[in-house]
Design a protein around this ligand. Sequence first.
Ligand code: NAD
Length: 478
Amino acid sequence: MTDSPYDTPLGLYIAGEWITAGRDTQEVLNPADGRAVGHVPLATAADLDRALEAAERGFRAWRSTAPQERAAVLARTAALVRERADQLARLATLEEGKPFAEAKGEVLATAALLDFHAGEAVRIYGRVLPRPTGTRSLVLHQPVGPVAAFCAWNFPVMNPVRKLSPAIAAGCSVILKPSEETPGAAVAILRCFQDAGLPGDVAQLVFGVPDAVSRHLLASPVTRKLSFTGSVPVGKHLLKLAADTVMKSTMELGGHGPVLVFDDCDLERTLDTLVAHKFRNAGQVCVAPTRFHVQQGIYERFAQGFAERTKALKLGNGLDKATQMGPMANQRRPEAIAGLVEQAVGAGAKLLTGGARGEGEGFFFTPTVLADVPLSSSAMNEEPFGPVALIGSFASADDAITEANRLPYGLGAYCFTENGRLQNRLGDEIEAGMVAINTVRLSWGDAPFGGVKDSGFGSEDGPEGIAAHLVTKAVHIA
Ligand code: NAD
């Protein structure tokens, strides 16, 4: 392809070698216009077997490598990610649709996460237990083994690194299957690791038919850990496969972020913050604020203020500097959102703005605000994963907390109140892996990121993200 947007060809990376031809391929689409921008090769069963063999070799070598050397590779990778930030961000926008500035922010957060893991790689401490003189009991934390990691398309740069970086810090090898819909950023990330000196067998990159790849990798006794980011149904399916080999697992699944807005909040500031955050990545974020439960005293003002700000957002191609919200990542998303909006309006919700498919061939859906949304509507129960804000009212803090905990999801939750006693109560009682109070930032690199209930288990990020790649061993020496 002469006009390829890719600096290096899309490919599989197995045992230190790139495979860029000679395989079946899948088209990669630009969601802004629905046109093909490239073709990604799909791994055969033999490729997966070679990836498993390489991962086994890579694990033996990498687990014995000095943590300082593992840290140095991660730090050099972080530097390369910063150096190549514009290229990485452009690929994320091209394949996933998010505005370039958002993509650039994702890239810089990714570099910061690599730096954090570089620091943590040398701090995997054990314990020495008190025993009679001349004897010891040791508690060791050792890398679990080769990891099979699967991640979704919504953060094309960050998601692959959230899988690779903690595993590499811990001394594991990895076989990563990112989404076939956003392969370019993952390829560019692997090239950063390769150029930073990561030995070839330590990280393998494969694309393929998702179900075939996951069945193959999870059935192998080589694989000792499953790490998945994606939807709840796929997560449950993979956990069943992992059960056959009693595999350690980390599940970062979907959410349905409740936002509890109390009468005493700083309303204008809260609205500014929430509208910007709601429509980030066209709402395709696992921790997206989704159902806005607003106390009765400010309900009308909140709903109107939210709708006015939303109407002003500029929808467009993410490569256009003026764009505030890009297209959705694939054709499935606007179709799903249109169905949810239609069902909610049919059930009595008020459409304050949006609710329409965009013009042209791209996968656009206008930023949408629905008020008075019945709790029984599908959107109030299923993860919408799109640019739709669902607003409803509550009377008391008890009601708000009950509502926040009503669904089987428990990922991110948001609360806005100036009442310190209430802030503590919300932090204690909301069933979620992460609670943000008077802020929308849940992802910090040094703090655990993950969910409870159907949203998953096992944190990513923070020291906890590395611990999730370790097994504990007690050694008693008499
Ligand atoms: P999906 O569940 O089909 O796919 C999600 C991801 O999992 C994709 O990258 C896909 O390639 C991968 N996948 C699917 N089946 C797999 C399998 N058998 N083995 C391994 N990987 C597999 O859904 P989708 O249409 O791509 O995305 C929509 C839904 O996914 C949303 O409604 C949302 O719930 C969820 N999602 C969650 C996150 C998150 O960060 N937790 C990210 C993206 C999507």
